[in-house]
Write a protein that binds this ligand. Structure first.
Ligand SMILES: C[S@@+](CC[C@H](N)C(=O)[O-])C[C@H]1O[C@@H](n2cnc3c(N)ncnc32)[C@H](O)[C@@H]1O
Length: 502
């Protein structure tokens, strides 16, 4: 195929996906005379604010199954077209991290919806910083702030309404925590409590960019060329260049032998630890949806009183969703002590009654150690073990230990529910997310990039990985489990894998 033919095929693909999307919105319009429009990029939709029933319907349809497929095709085709016609640019991570930490989205939401002048934004940013560590105004100038915001407006993450006047748009509003400026000033550490976790996720991912030194980690000569001569190197830890060798990029970046979670437990990382817990809630909006777990497993078929154990469940984002919809299921969330100590207090009103009644509870367990019955009087094996975003954190040998502990505790009826992306190759293979004759990559290319970037982040942070279907199959089999079903989220690499004891 010539390049122009490929570009034309991609153009057709965008056109037909757009027609599908437009048809869906037209068909679901409350009145044929005023067809429902797709939400505008220029209009922020804050998670906690009231909107008209029509706008609410338009928002809801974005997650409709057929809309998700059409959106995936549009993103994949546009990404592929851009890659063909233009060399890549830089990345936005530093600017994204700054606007999240500086509460810019909340400041713009609180200000004039038509936009705020950069001088006013600057004043508000400075006023929200603690007086004990006020910014140096010769460093944080309105001019520099304006340049940062313009990068984001250029990348459609904000709007520059008129020169130096900025407003939120649909994208930036996604990371609005709904907190007032007074709340942020009084309790900045509570910024993520009772939110959808997307601001926490952005803050975590943009900061935890340890994988940026992946090249130094993999190529010791580049590390040797760039390392400061003062880099301490305890004897016995030298790599081939005489510099210290690390098992992760994270270790190299922070000069530590601790793993990511051990580091998170350090007293100075309290804020990061709590933000990470909320970031996991946010991840359920970017990796499939939180509701996918409800379709992933036949929860209705479990007998009343069945027990779901959420292994490494954090604040319990996924299992609380199950408990909420299935009042006969009991949930026990297991995690490390610093997480368990804080978890119940991180939930607001919606789930209070389930937590207060004791139907959802937390207990401390290191998942590398044998699983212990829930009480002396109840030695029964749990009905379901949930491992959501756990196996992708660990290399195969550690995963095998985690899985063996659960296999030893399981009865023949126990099921394992694993929530992790299952990667596909970027070429034709047994499974494809697109039709046979599509010009798109079978893994949906740019629309799936997020899962592949998380894969690299996992390699950098924890020497682990996202797995392919066959890698997952082999791993589970080696620990005594056999896959019985895989439920992929629509148009996505995210999946719930169900396994039974062999
Ligand atoms: C990526 S998070 C996933 C959290 C949760 N499953 C979810 O989907 O929101 C990984 C979790 O594993 C927990 N964890 C790490 N090491 C652990 C260990 N040795 N024992 C128990 N939990 C552990 C972390 O504290 C964290 O909550």
């Amino acid at each position: 195929m010539t390049t122009f033919a490929t570009l034309r095929a991609l153009h057709t693909c965008i056109g037909s996906a757009l027609s599908d999307l437009e048809r869906l919105y037209k068909e679901r319009s409350p009145s044929p005379s005023s067809p429902l429009d797709y939400p505008s990029l220029d209009v922020p939709h804050y998670p906690n604010s009231a909107i008209s029933p029509t706008d609410e319907l338009a928002e809801k349809l974005v997650n409709d199954r057929s809309a998700v497929v059409a959106i995936g095709y549009i993103v994949a085709a546009c990404g592929q077209m851009s890659a063909i016609v233009k060399r890549p640019g830089g990345h936005l991570q530093a600017c994204m991290r700054f606007i999240e930490e500086a509460h810019i989205v909340e400041i713009l939401r609180d200000g004039n919806p038509q936009g705020m002048h950069v001088n006013d934004i600057h004043r508000a940013v400075v006023a929200l910083r603690p007086s004990s560590a006020a910014p140096d105004l010769a460093v944080l100038t309105p001019e520099r702030l304006g340049h940062i915001l313009r990068v984001l407006a250029t990348a459609h993450w904000l709007r520059e309404v008129s020169p130096d006047v900025f407003a939120n748009n649909r994208r930036s509003a996604v990371i609005d925590t709904g907190k007032t400026l007074e709340q942020l000033r009084a309790q900045p550490e509570k910024k993520y409590a009772d939110t959808n976790g997307l601001a926490a996720l952005l803050g975590h991912v943009c900061e935890a960019s340890f994988f940026l030194e992946m090249t130094e980690w993999l190529l010791p000569d580049v590390h040797a060329r760039n390392a400061s001569p003062a880099t301490p190197c305890p004897s016995g830890t030298e790599g081939p260049t005489g510099l210290r060798s690390y098992s992760t990029v994270f270790g190299l970046d922070l000069n530590t032998d601790l793993n990511f979670f051990e580091w998170l437990d350090l007293p100075e990382n309290t804020f990061r630890r709590e933000r990470f817990a909320h970031a996991m809630t946010g991840s359920s909006y970017t990796e499939g949806t939180l509701q996918d777990i409800l379709q992933a497993f036949p929860w209705d078929n479990l007998p009343a009183g069945s027990v779901l154990v959420d292994v490494g469940g954090g604040i319990g984002t996924a299992s609380l969703t199950v408990a909420h919809m299935h009042p006969d299921i009991r949930v026990v969330v297991e995690d490390r002590a610093p997480v368990v100590d804080k978890a119940p207090a991180e939930w607001g009103g919606e789930y209070a009654h389930i937590i207060d009644s004791g139907r959802v509870s937390w207990r401390v367990r290191d998942f590398l150690t044998p699983w212990k019955p829930l009480s002396e009087s109840n030695e029964q094996a749990p009905d379901v073990f949930l491992l959501r975003m756990i196996l992708h954190d660990w290399p195969d040998d550690v995963c095998r230990t985690i899985l063996h502990q659960l296999r030893n505790a399981a009865s023949s009826e126990t099921r394992l529910v694993i929530g992790d992306a299952l990667l596909l190759p970027a070429c034709k293979d047994k499974e494809s997310l697109v039709p046979e004759d599509s010009p798109l990559l079978p893994n949906l290319g740019m629309a799936s990039l997020q899962s592949y970037l998380i894969d690299i982040m996992m390699m950098g942070n924890l020497a682990s990985k996202e797995r392919t279907v066959s890698e997952m199959e082999v791993l589970l089999y080696s620990a005594g489990w056999k896959i019985s079903n895989i439920k992929r989220s629509t148009g996505s690499l995210w999946a719930y894998t169900i396994a039974a004891p062999i």
